[in-house]
Design a protein around this ligand. Structure first.
Ligand code: PLP
Length: 388
């Protein structure tokens, strides 16, 4: 089992490992299922914008999608002229738009205001469109839901339909983008969202050149990728659209592991507490959304429960209570699974704790690709402005 191998081979913890073979398999499965008519595949880099990974997968995707100038610059470096670079963000900044227009091939503005303000300047270098809010919610938690009431993400479809009926916009608008789900285990939301688009925009869709379906869908074996390919074929055939799809978590998430060692074990009012050499600050979504990551060592039932705690001073720095095959010991290693996405990109050095090193697993060996030390911590807090 991979997790046992990782625990044996890692020279140190905490460590973040990504399994390159898992990412390759996901991309290959997508290619095979999508075939000729499937959407073009972009990796949405924000969940794990790790340059060595971006360079490796650049030849296997049709491009990248970014959410800021910094991400776009990193993507451009990895693409080195290959593939296309897409961007959308609610926060385009005045001083950055010229560089973004030069770097990116496709820019989706978040509002009609921003489109009017910047799109003309980008003509000739980028194809410009709008992010829309299809106004169909699929997520129970409004913190994740781009279609929540009074959403800040995208132009509401009914508002866009009105604007298109007026003068001037139709000739200038080249594409539309939406992104409405998170970790969806089926493509039903996509079917329903596209029906909504057809209803509101109808023939206007035929005048556009491209559509970006966003990300937020899983791509594991249980997903009906043929259905996605079918929707894409229909958009190409009936509306003449170039179709893009931009998953992030589905690519990086299942491939990532966080490996930690036990520093201390004790009883606390009748429960076993094991303190780890990692913390929720290495995976802040554990705390933000109060959910426990999957643990490789957890047993089905009949085990001995232990609370796995992070090593910082925050009382709520806890990964959760897990059933384990036996009471943990100092020095034991534990592996959190399926944590490749939205983990290190949100990590911080709270309490002066070092960040995990990053290792790549290539199917046979582990390769250290990044490590941090006191100098990195000092650089962050030294109070020495970077030279301009
Ligand atoms: C975050 C994001 C994605 C990727 O979402 P995942 O849930 O990681 O697949 C794609 N498009 C946009 C606009 C996003 O904000």
């Amino acid at each position: 089992m991979l997790t046992e191998t990782l625990k044996r081979l890692l020279p140190e913890t905490p460590a973040f490992v990504y399994d390159q073979t898992a990412i390759d398999r996901t991309l290959l499965r997508f290619r095979q299922a999508a075939g000729e008519t499937g959407p073009k595949l972009l990796y949405s880099v924000k969940s794990f914008p790790f340059l060595p990974l971006l360079r490796r997968i650049a030849p296997r995707v049709d491009g990248f999608s970014a959410s800021s100038l910094f991400e776009a610059k990193l993507c451009a470096e990895a693409l080195a002229g290959r593939g296309s670079l897409h961007i959308t963000t609610p926060g385009f900044r005045p001083g950055e738009t010229d560089e973004i227009g030069r770097l990116c091939d496709f820019v989706s503005f978040n509002s009609l205001n921003q489109f009017d303000r910047w799109s003309a300047r980008m003509q000739g270098t980028a194809s410009t469109g709008l992010r829309v809010n299809p106004q169909r919610s699929f997520l129970p938690d409004p913190r994740y839901d781009p279609c929540r009431p009074h959403s800040k993400l995208g132009v509401p479809l009914d508002r866009l339909a009105l604007a298109l009926a007026g003068a001037g916009l139709e000739e200038r608008l080249q594409g539309i983008h939406f992104h409405t789900v998170f970790d969806s285990a089926g493509f039903e939301p996509l079917t329903e969202t596209l029906a909504e688009l057809e209803k509101h925009l109808g023939e206007h869709l035929k005048r556009l050149q491209w559509i970006n379906l966003g990300g937020g869908y899983r791509l594991d074996r249980s997903m009906n990728l043929e259905r996605l390919a079918g929707l894409s074929a229909w958009l190409q055939r009936d509306y003449g659209l170039e179709v893009y799809f931009e998953p992030g978590k589905a690519v990086a998430g299942p491939a990532g592991y966080l490996v930690a060692s036990v520093l201390d074990v004790f009883d606390s009012a009748g429960k076993t507490v094991a303190v780890l050499d990692t913390s929720v600050n290495h995976h802040p979504e554990v705390f933000e959304y109060q959910r426990s990551p999957r643990l490789a060592e957890a047993c089905e039932e009949g085990g001995e429960n232990a609370i796995l705690a992070g090593g910082t001073c925050l009382a709520g720095d806890l990964f959760g209570e897990y059933p384990l095959p036996a009471r943990p010991h100092v020095g034991d290693r534990f592996v959190f699974k399926n944590v490749g996405a939205y983990t290190l990109v949100k990590a911080n050095r709270f309490n002066g704790h070092n960040l995990p090193s990053i290792y790549r697993w290539d199917g046979e060996a582990l390769h250290l690709e990044q490590s941090h030390g006191y100098e990195d911590y000092r650089r962050q807090w030294a109070g020495e402005p970077a030279a301009q």
